[in-house]
Design a protein around this ligand. Structure first.
Ligand code: ZN
Length: 645
């Protein structure tokens, strides 16, 4: 794989120019022959000076019927590893089409020093032979790869601006492997600034390059429609502007409201709560609007958790999406899971089982509003202090009965409902899946259990670092995509499928994150396949790339272009993945993270698909997963449920 005689043709070849070019080739061969003796230039990558053509020189090589090139061609590349000396010598032989010169040659290899790019832009001839020797002792050897391999690529640009890129991997020897170090971690973002965009009632703050920036227009429209819905439900006016911080990681369930109508919301493609975004806006938006309902009091205080969270769940028509709140609470009311209202009110509210306490609050508030009207509820909300005796007297004065009597009437009404067995089982799975999700956070994503007491404008760099970073080790991605798939199955009514996937996640968490269950193993294998594909794309290794594709994969022409982009980083982050019941097929979604080298002939060119989503399909044949389809995907945001009337 690394020998100097590893001949390979890289770069598209255009046949129609064959005849024209044969004649030119004969002339060019003379120049080529003269340049065959270009010395290796070590250790600096430098341009060879063309040797003047001796006046008596005659072509001595017979041109083989090689097709003409209109793009530069890399004839040969390789890397010689001298393990004892601690060196890796990369070399390249390339040629550009007749009438052009080599304008630039770039070498990239996967170490911190190699990421800086070795390049030469000295005017060159139409052929080039270059070498670069990496001396580990001098420049260090850092790599994120664990297999003892070093990926690299060469790029040749000609004077017409055409480029060709090709690369390979060099297996390091045992001595070099012992000098490998992991790259220095990125320092905390000390000079981080939020990117801001606005809609009529919102100012959105998000991290540059995040999914929130990509989807900012859809998010703005969604937030406005969620607000319009919530102000209608609560019968309030709002003419100010709320501050929304959209963070690219999950924390707790993914939403929090601070004072002054500042809200913190998880917005990322791999949101493993799988809560619908509109529901964050209606829920946290209700908290923000309800701040204006609270009336000034002598001794302070405010409504208890039942009223605060109950109002938000009721106004959102569900806790995480549209949900049959009353039917679910009817199921709870006749079970041992039911938390009596007095207990729930006495609190601490946030220590009870999360979904059950929120749903009970939602159903109780719904009962109060539907039976006694919104104005009375607002009066209760505005005057409550959270102090038991005061609030009991307040309820008595507003409703003419005690909290206990209201609870009895509410339960009597719920007893009239006939929840279906599917609704009961769905509720059970909702509670179980979110308990498991929080268990996952505690065990494998502990940063997700951090909820700062201060709003984002006051965050210090340590907090910022936590909220701008996602856990991305394979067990994280495997279990997070499994949690998302479980929610999707639940949402589609596949209760059996949900249960079996939750069993797998639970087994993994009980075993410290071990991915032993087949559905988790399959996910892990697909992650590894994509890691192999990412490396192949990054180093422009067409053969290695093709090996990741299923034979049914319809090879789009765009793939050739993809491998020719001068990538300095390429990663497909798996954000969704579900495995078919037979274990032989899978579909998923990836988020592309990619950066390009800037070529001196071009302005800095950000990679256009950076931050974009793709839908992928995988097929397993002969025990091996391969990619069988890849399509660009536009993110879709579910909209809030329409109001009746
Ligand atoms: Zn809340």
């Amino acid at each position: 794989m690394v020998s100097n005689t590893d001949e390979r043709q890289a770069g598209p070849v255009r046949w129609p120019y064959l005849l024209l070019a044969v004649a030119i080739f004969v002339l060019a061969a003379a120049v080529l022959a003269a340049l065959m003796q270009v010395p290796e230039l070590l250790p600096q990558l430098a341009a060879p000076s063309p040797t003047p053509l001796p006046p008596t020189a005659t072509p001595t090589i017979t041109p083989t019927p090689t097709p003409a090139v209109v793009l530069p061609t890399i004839h040969d590349l390789g890397a010689q590893v001298d393990d004892a000396a601690g060196t890796v010598t990369f070399h390249l032989e390339a040629q550009v089409p007749p009438g052009r010169q080599i304008a630039e040659v770039i070498l990239w290899y996967d170490t911190e020093a190699g990421h800086q790019l070795q390049r030469t832009t000295d005017p060159l001839s139409d052929t080039v032979t270059l070498s670069y020797r990496l001396e580990a002792a001098k420049e260090g050897l850092t790599t994120t790869l664990t297999g003892g391999e070093l990926d690299y690529w060469w790029l040749v640009r000609d004077s017409a601006g055409e480029t060709v890129r090709a690369g390979d991997t060099a297996p390091l020897g045992p001595t070099l492997e012992t000098t490998l170090v992991t790259p220095t971690p990125e320092p905390p973002p000390v000079d981080f600034t939020w990117t801001v965009s606005e809609s009529r009632h919102f100012q959105f703050h998000y991290a540059p390059g995040s999914a929130a920036e990509r989807d900012r227009f859809e998010i703005g429209a969604l937030a406005e429609s969620a607000l319009a819905r919530t102000t209608t439900v609560l019968d309030v006016e709002f003419e100010g502007r709320m501050q929304i911080y959209l963070v690219p990681r999950v924390f707790w369930q993914g939403g929090a409201a601070y004072g002054e109508k500042v809200q913190l919301i998880s917005y990322l493609d791999r949101n493993y709560t799988d809560i619908e975004t509109w529901s964050y806006f209606t829920h946290e938006g209700t908290h923000a609007l309800a701040q204006d309902l609270i009336q000034p009091k002598e001794n302070g205080g405010g409504p208890d958790g039942v009223l605060v969270e109950g109002l938000a769940v009721w106004a959102s028509d569900g806790h995480y999406r549209q949900e049959p709140i009353d039917e679910w609470v009817a199921v709870l009311a006749s079970s041992e899971e039911y938390i009596p209202l007095a207990e729930l009110r006495a609190g601490p509210f946030y220590d009870f089982q999360h979904e059950i306490s929120y749903l009970e609050g939602g159903s109780f508030v719904k009962f109060l509003v539907e039976r006694y009207g919104l104005d009375t509820l607002k009066a209760l909300y505005g005057q409550a202090t959270g102090e038991a005796e005061h609030d009991e007297a307040l309820v008595q004065s507003l409703y003419g009965q005690s909290y206990a009597e209201l609870e009895a009437a509410w339960l009597a009404q719920l007893a009239q409902l006939s929840p279906t067995p599917e609704q009961a089982e769905t509720l059970d799975l909702v509670v179980r899946s979110f308990d498991l999700m929080r268990h996952y956070e505690t065990e494998l994503d502990p940063d997700a259990r951090i909820l700062p007491s201060k709003a984002p404008p006051e965050w210090l760099s340590d907090t910022l670092k936590v909220f701008l970073h996602r856990a991305d080790d394979p067990p994280n991605v495997v279990l997070e995509t499994a949690l998302i798939a479980a929610q999707e199955r639940l949402d589609s009514g596949d209760l059996e499928g949900t249960r079996s996937l939750l069993d797998d996640v639970e087994a993994a968490l009980d075993d410290g994150g071990a991915l032993d269950r087949p559905s988790l193993q399959a996910r892990h294998e697909i992650l590894e396949l994509l890691a192999v594909q990412d490396r192949a794309i990054l180093r422009a290794d067409t053969d290695a790339y093709r090996e990741t594709l299923d034979h049914d994969y319809v090879h789009p022409v765009a793939d050739d272009d993809l491998l020719q982009m001068p990538f300095t980083a390429f990663e497909q982050e798996v954000v969704r993945l579900d495995i078919a019941a037979d274990g032989l097929g899978a579909h998923g979604m990836v988020l592309v993270h990619a950066r390009l080298a800037s070529l001196s002939s071009l302005a800095d060119q950000p990679y256009e698909q950076d931050g974009e989503l793709f839908a992928l399909t995988f097929t397993k044949r002969d025990g091996q997963w391969r990619l069988s389809d890849r399509q660009p995907l536009d993110p879709t945001l579910p909209t809030p449920p329409a109001l009746e009337d």
